[in-house]
Write a protein that binds this ligand. Structure first.
Ligand SMILES: Nc1ncnc2c1ncn2[C@@H]1O[C@H](COP(=O)(O)OP(=O)(O)OP(=O)(O)O)[C@@H](O)[C@H]1O
Ligand SMILES: [Mg+2]
Length: 287
């Protein structure tokens, strides 16, 4: 009789070999391998169903036993299956966001200005990366970056706040860190980040600059790309995997929520900190 941990490993192995997600009686393609080896990109005009699709994927990744940490600028993820959330009221709120790395959570950054959201995301990624680099992670961590055009805008490689996000996108895989980027404006995302995605779901788009960038990603001619993307409906995406060369239109189902995130602070007492001028600090030092 396999133990619970063994059963869960077995399920993960089975899921990893399948390249699809079943949700709300609908099956659509999703490569677990690309999600872990490279990254996932979801794009579309406002109200095209990006967050809905992101929540379905996040639920599936949680079932696989991965950690999912989401930077949420719209409070939409407070209706997801991610177990905890924390309200961030200042981009310096790092103490409040001190949630153990193996814990899936939503950082509600809706109170922050766009630039503050980018700074906060960069700070959290920096802190998590340092733990992953020095201590190693038992589990894969998938970061969900909503409104990615704010966090890694075009040309942001030169700005300080985007450096840690780029580092996670570029080398995070070696430390079990991967990402799902969602955006309304692919034209505004740094091309170096976009070129690293392993699979993409592209929803309805009309804007010329967006279509130009997406036509290169999808390998379509401009007009062909405009025709294909402008005719998509809510919940419809062109699924594209540049490595397996799969390109097809998929219909995603409506997300069905099975639990509500709980506020992290109300569950956990903050860790007491000691300082060198206190006896407790000296008592805690290794001999
Ligand atoms: N596949 C779907 N089937 C049915 N309803 C859907 C589907 N996808 C999304 N919806 C509904 O459409 C609305 C908009 O979806 P969603 O919030 O995912 O869009 P979005 O692209 O993330 O928009 P925004 O850019 O404003 O964040 C929501 O009410 C959602 O429940
Ligand atoms: Mg959304």
């Amino acid at each position: 009789m396999p133990t619970l941990a063994e059963t869960s490993k077995l399920e993960t192995a089975l899921l990893n070999n399948r390249n699809e997600i079943l949700h709300n009686n609908t099956v659509f393609p999703f490569s677990y391998r690309e999600a872990l080896e490279r990254g996932t990109f979801i794009s579309g005009m406002p109200k095209s169903g990006k967050t809905n699709l992101g929540k379905i994927i996040a639920t599936q990744l949680l079932h696989c036993g991965y950690t999912v940490r989401c930077f949420d600028s719209s409070q939409a993820w407070l209706q997801s299956d991610i177990p905890y959330y924390v309200n961030i009221n200042s981009f310096m709120d790092l103490g409040k966001a001190d949630i153990p790395l193996e814990q899936s959570c939503v950082f509600d950054v809706s109170a922050l200005l766009p630039e503050e959201q980018a700074v906060f995301t960069g700070e959290i990624l920096d802190r998590d990366f340092e733990v992953a680099r020095t201590e190693g992670l038992p589990n894969w961590t998938i970061y969900i970056i909503e409104e990615a055009q704010l966090v890694i805008p075009s040309g942001s490689l030169r700005s300080k706040y985007a450096q840690t996000t780029f580092r996670m996108v570029s080398v995070g895989r070696n430390f079990k860190q991967r990402f799902i980027m969602l955006t309304q404006r692919p034209a505004d995302i740094d091309v170096k980040a976009l070129s690293r995605v392993g699979q993409a779901y592209i929803g309805q788009h009309w804007e010329e600059n967006d279509i130009r960038k997406l036509s290169r990603l999808l390998g379509y001619k401009f007009e062909e790309c405009r025709r294909a993307l402008s005719s998509l409906q809510l919940g419809e995406f062109v699924y594209f995997s540049p490595y397996t060369k799969v390109k097809e239109i998929v219909k995603t189902p409506a997300f069905v929520q099975s639990r509500t995130p709980v506020e992290w602070c109300s569950m956990v007492k903050p860790k007491k900190r000691y300082y060198p001028w206190q006896l407790e600090w000296w008592l805690k030092q290794p001999t």
